[in-house]
Ligand binder design. Structure first.
Ligand code: URA
Length: 202
């Protein structure tokens, strides 16, 4: 899977993150999930955190939101094999509700602690463009004042000046019903159009 520039460093980071203790999320006893797949991708997509499904596969976005995300990646004329797909935090933040573990957004302290891994990915992959999926990714990449409703759909300066386009998180669309769903779908299509245009520019 790992070929090309930076691949060895990414492979090593993918092994080392399994032992990460920079925040308390490791205490859940679940595994960390690092990014994948193309170490020299032009586009990096950043989600929030691995879900329960991802803990089983060891790959980001393996569940229902991953299926929708695959459609978005396809709409960009790309595939998972040609992008780097990762998350703000590599362990799953969860909260117990009625005897069940539910995903919760990462705390600012957890995102900050986990940044060391995202920075390795950013440095080694060196993407031309980043697509931030949802508010946690937007805050991590653009800044704490990021608001998805205000700041999605435009290219903003991100880490080391790499442009970041933010769009809604696929899991958000999966929770919506008509007419909010159609409005969000239209917004995502516009955001993906911008990503396509920016990638086509040389
Ligand atoms: N799976 C991921 O890898 N990231 C998300 O943000 C959601 C599900």
């Amino acid at each position: 899977m790992f070929v090309g520039d930076g691949s060895r460093a990414l492979e090593r980071a993918g092994e080392e993150v399994l032992e990460c203790r920079w925040c308390d999320l490791w205490r859940s006893g679940t595994r960390a999930v690092f990014g994948s797949e193309a170490p020299n991708a032009e586009l990096m997509l950043v989600g929030e955190a691995p879900s329960e499904a991802d803990l089983r596969t060891g790959e980001p976005f393996s569940g229902p939101s991953g299926e929708l995300l695959d459609e978005w990646i396809e709409a960009l004329g790309l595939s998972r094999e040609r992008v780097w797909l990762t998350n703000v935090v590599k362990h799953r933040p969860a909260v117990e509700e009625k005897g069940r573990e539910k995903n919760r957004p990462p705390r600012a302290s957890e995102s900050k602690a986990c940044r060391v891994w995202l920075d390795i990915e950013l440095e080694q992959v060196a993407p031309r463009l980043i697509l931030a999926l949802g508010g946690s990714a937007g805050k991590s990449l653009i800044g704490k004042d990021f608001r998805i409703t205000q700041h999605r759909g435009v290219a903003l300066p991100g880490p080391s000046g790499v442009p970041v386009v933010a769009t809604f998180h696929p899991a958000y669309l999966l929770r919506l019903r008509s007419p909010e769903l159609e409005a969000a779908q239209q917004a995502v299509q516009a955001d993906l159009g911008l990503v396509r245009d920016l990638l086509a520019r040389r």
